[in-house]
Design a binder for this molecule. Sequence first.
Ligand code: TXD
Length: 309
Amino acid sequence: MEKKVTVIGAGNVGATTAQRIAEKELADVVLLDVVEGIPQGKGLDLFESSPVEGFNARVIGTQDYDETRDSDLVIVTAGVTRKPGMSRDDLLMTNAKIVGEVVEQAVLRSPDAILLVVTNPLDVMCAVAKKVSGFPREKVIGMAGVLDSARFRSFLAMELDVSVENVSAMVMGGHGDSMVPLPRYTTVAGIPVTQLLPQKTIDELIRRTRNGGAEIVNLLKSGSAFYAPSAAVAEMAESILKDQKKILPSSAYLMGEYGIDGVYIGVPVKLGAGGIEQILEIELSETERSLLHSSAEDVRATLSRLGQS
Ligand code: TXD
C-alpha cells in the first residue's frame, strides 16, 4: 500500500487497531511489541486473514524498530492497563517511561511521521511524546474524545431507542474523571438532545460516560476496553491518512486556545494529512468553560507529579 502505519504495543488495543487499519486498507501495518513472539504471531495471523476477508494490506509483527522505518503514522498503545480499582494516574510513572522509550526509537526511524498516542494517562502521555520527539504540536495527537463521545452516543441511542448514527456528540476536556461532555453540542438528527431528554436523564448518561472506561474494566476483571478504543483510533487514522479533514475531539497541545496554555486537553480539531490542521474554538458557557479549565488543571497536576510541568 502507499501508506505505512506502525502500531507500538501488540496488546488488545494495538492488535485490534492493526486489524481495523488493515481491513479498511488504509495502510500496510507494522505491529511492534517488546514481548517476543506476540507481535510476530498476531501480525502473521492477521495477514493470514486477508485472503478470506479480501483486504490488500501487508501486516508484519516485529520487535525491531528498523522495520518501522518511514512510517506515515505511528500509533502508541504500549504500556500497562488499569486493574479494577486502579486509577489512570496510577499508571503514570510506568507508562511515561515506556512511552518515552518507544517514541524515541520510533521517531529516529520515522522523523516525518504523525504520532497518535493512546496510552493512559492519555493527555500526559501526549506531553511526554511531544517532549521526547521534539515534534510540533500539529504532529502529536491523543485519542480519547472520539471514544468518550462514542460512549455518550451509545448511551443516548439506547435511551432514545434510535440509530447510533443519528446521534452526534461532543466531549471535551481531559480523558479522566473530569472529562466535559457537552449536551448543548450533542444532537439527534440535528435536534439538540436537551429538547429530547430531561436534564436528569442527561446527567445520568453523562455520569455513565465519565465512568465508561471503569464500567468495562469492572466487567472484564482483567484488561480494559479495546473494541471501541480501536474503532476510535482507526477513525482518526483514516482522517489523517486519507486527508479527510474530519472534525474530531482529540487531545491537542493548547497554546492559549480557550484561555489554556501549555497543556494537552481534548478539544475539537480538524484532522488531515498535516495532522492537526485546525483547533476549533467553540463558544462555551461560563460553567462549561470552568469545567474545561478545571480538567486542564487536573492534567497539569498530573504532569507536575511526573516532574514535567
Ligand atoms: O481512550 C484511550 N486513550 C484509551 C487508552 C482507551 C483504551 C486503552 N487505553 C490505554 O491504552 C490503556 O490504559 C493502556 O495504557 C494502553 C494499551 O491498552 P491495551 O488494552 O492494549 O493494553 P495491553 O493489552 O496490556 O497491551 C499493551 C501492550 C502489551 O502487549 C505490552 O507487551 C506492550 O504494550 N508493551 C510494550 N510494547 C513495546 N515497547 C514497550 N516498551 C512496551 N511495554 C509494554
